[in-house]
Design a binder for this molecule. Structure first.
Ligand code: PNS
Length: 160
């Protein structure tokens, strides 16, 4: 039984995240989508909302569940949930440069390996932060996030 952990802020989950989670679910028996957050920092969405969005988009995948963790080392989260591998998507070289030291640090700490999946090239430009910026300034983010997330973003992001 192999359980993988897909960590992130997921504020909010994007189509790129969902693609990686779905592909992870075809490789591993179980996938824990870990929403890591700092309670001192206010995100755009509350942790419960982030979890609900992820659950809505992965409800057809029995081996996938979402869980939140506050102020914890990723390696401790892995131990806590019994994950034997960290799985992340890479959109390109910038992601690789950002992820590499974290993967090495996590392996240094407990020996856990990180597996990278190449992101869908059609979603290479999609990130939670860019989606929020585009939406805030009136751009259409349909297809980059679920319709529900898009509508929630439109409703709550302050417009210029
Ligand atoms: O979606 P994000 O913001 O790119 O996710 C980054 C995240 C939460 C996966 C990363 O910051 C993380 O692993 N945080 C846990 C803290 C930790 O373990 N840090 C030290 C090891 S690199």
């Amino acid at each position: 039984m192999q359980r993988a952990l897909c960590p992130g802020s997921y504020d909010p989950v994007t189509a790129g995240h969902v693609d990686i989670i779905r592909r992870a679910a075809t490789i591993y028996d179980e996938v824990v989508v870990a929403v890591l957050h700092n309670p001192a920092k206010q995100g755009t969405f509350a942790v419960e909302e982030r979890l609900a969005f992820i659950e809505e988009e992965t409800s057809d995948l029995p081996g996938v569940r979402a869980e939140a963790f506050a102020n914890q080392l990723l390696v401790d989260v892995c131990t806590q949930v019994g994950a034997t591998v960290i799985l992340k998507g890479l959109r390109g070289g910038t992601d690789f440069a950002y992820e590499m030291p974290m993967a090495l640090m996590n392996r240094h700490l407990t020996g856990i390996e990180t597996v990278f999946l190449p992101g869908d090239p059609t979603l290479e430009h999609v990130s939670s932060s860019l989606v929020k910026e585009v939406c805030r300034l009136g751009g259409d983010v349909t297809g980059m996030v679920s319709d529900r997330v898009r509508d929630e973003l439109i409703a709550r992001l302050p417009r210029p």
